[in-house]
Ligand binder design. Structure first.
Ligand code: AMP
Length: 416
């Protein structure tokens, strides 16, 4: 089965075409055939397409919106020159998977998209005003282009965290506010945390019930997740993806009083303050230089920039705080798994994060840690580390595709 998966942002659209079915899933033989990214929708868009094993194609052209982008992608995918194995026309795409950021309390697993599901995603727009509308645009565009006979599946970022207990997901505000407005912690990056936990189980031959780990998705957006007996029992992002770790441009945990105080001092609106907390904070805000961790680390290396160092210190310190908190609430932890752009590539950040945690039984092997770059999946802790440490590259697109297969084939059991 050829599945195309879409990850639509407000001004971007990512896709992958993956050849997969239950047999391929069980033997881990899914094949990624092609992928692409269109950025800056609505102006001069940047297009990057790649067929597996062939050079990347890049171009710039104006694409008005998600529909125009999807049209352009499908024209490229099906054109005679493109030559994606097994794909000659639209009819060779058998199912479509969509990342949907917010499923609220309604969606606890992936599901086939029909009018009721679309309504459910629309109902969650209030909770994710930037993300869900973009995801819906992708869904509408795909419906128009592929027609109603090609099944579409929604895979929710929040779903994996639906197992968090009430005592963890509630904020300590009047309970009626949760009842009336559903104000609670939802958590995000669920597909990624779920995939990392699945790979950990495969790597270590651990069954779901015995999977007690902390997963760290450290990218431009970052979050930590405590996984006990295979289920998410706590995660650092909250009502929105602003809570938790220090990120590229987001502040993470902060005393909410700052918002009112800052609005008052600057004479700005609440929206303006949130724009600061979402777009101008995090390591960018502290360093005053960049949100890009690689550039920040280079700056420290080359110029010993004090604020760049401070930003990195704060980034690692916050992760450490969550590791400690999660170990305390899990009462058992077999491994810590680093993932995403920073977690998969930066030995320095992993080293800094695990520094002085030996009293908890966390000890990195410096040599292994340095080897784990560029998508390697491996253990990086020393033999005598009580809690193992792994680098596990994430692959959210694969989860979108596999969930799509499972839902389309009506297989009730998850693929892992
Ligand atoms: P993601 O959002 O998962 O794509 O991750 C993006 C982040 O990963 C950016 O901050 C990049 O600078 C960071 N990153 C990628 N490669 C490296 C590297 N080799 N060292 C440090 N950070 C990196």
């Amino acid at each position: 089965m050829n599945v195309i998966v879409f990850n639509c942002g407000s001004s971007s659209m990512k896709f992958q075409i993956i050849e997969t079915d239950m047999e391929k899933i069980e033997s881990d033989k899914d094949v990624m055939l092609a992928k692409g990214l269109i950025e800056r929708l609505g102006s001069q868009s940047l297009v990057t397409f790649q067929i597996e094993g062939k050079p990347t194609v890049k171009e710039a052209l104006p694409l008005r919106d998600h529909r125009a982008a999807l049209n352009y992608i499908m024209k490229w995918v099906t054109s005679d020159e493109t030559e994606i194995p097994g794909i000659n026309g639209l009819e060779d795409i058998h199912a479509i998977g969509h990342r949907v950021v917010h499923g609220g309390e309604k969606f606890k697993s992936s599901c086939r998209i029909d009018n009721e599901v679309i309504q459910g995603i629309e109902d969650c727009i209030d909770l994710a005003p930037l993300h869900n509308p973009a995801n819906l645009k992708g869904i509408y565009a795909a419906r128009e282009i592929f027609g109603p006979s090609v099944p579409q599946v929604a895979v929710f970022d929040t779903a994996f965290h639906s197992t968090m207990p009430e005592s963890v997901y509630l904020y300590a505000i009047p309970y009626q506010l949760y009842r009336r407005f559903k104000i609670r912690k939802y958590g995000f990056h669920g597909t990624s945390h779920r995939y990392i936990a699945y790979r950990y189980r495969v790597l270590t031959n651990t069954n779901r019930e015995n999977c007690n780990i902390i997963t760290l998705h450290l990218g431009n957006g970052s979050s930590a997740c405590a996984i006990k007996a295979g289920n998410s029992i706590a995660t650092s992002m909250g009502f929105t993806p602003l809570e938790g770790l220090v990120m590229g441009t987001r502040c993470g945990d902060i005393d909410p009083t700052v918002i009112e105080y800052l609005a008052h001092k600057e004479g700005s609106s609440v929206d303006e303050v949130f724009s600061i907390l979402n777009k101008r904070s995090g390591v960018l805000g502290i360093s005053g230089l960049t949100n890009d961790m690689r550039d920040l680390l280079e700056e420290i290396e080359e110029h010993q920039d004090r604020r760049a160092k401070l930003a990195v210190d704060m980034f690692c310190e916050r992760i450490k705080k969550y590791i400690g908190a999660y170990i305390a609430s899990m009462n058992c932890c077999d491994a810590i798994c680093f993932s995403a752009g920073i977690g998969e590539n930066s030995a320095k950040i992993r080293e800094r994060t695990c520094e002085n945690l030996d009293f908890l039984g966390i000890k990195l092997d410096p040599k292994l840690n340095k080897q784990a770059v560029g998508g390697k999946e491996m253990r990086i802790s020393s033999e005598d580390s009580k809690i193992a440490v792994y680098v596990i590259p994430t692959n959210e697109e694969l989860v979108f595709a596999r969930d799509t297969v499972r839902v389309v084939l009506n297989i009730p059991k998850p693929w892992h």
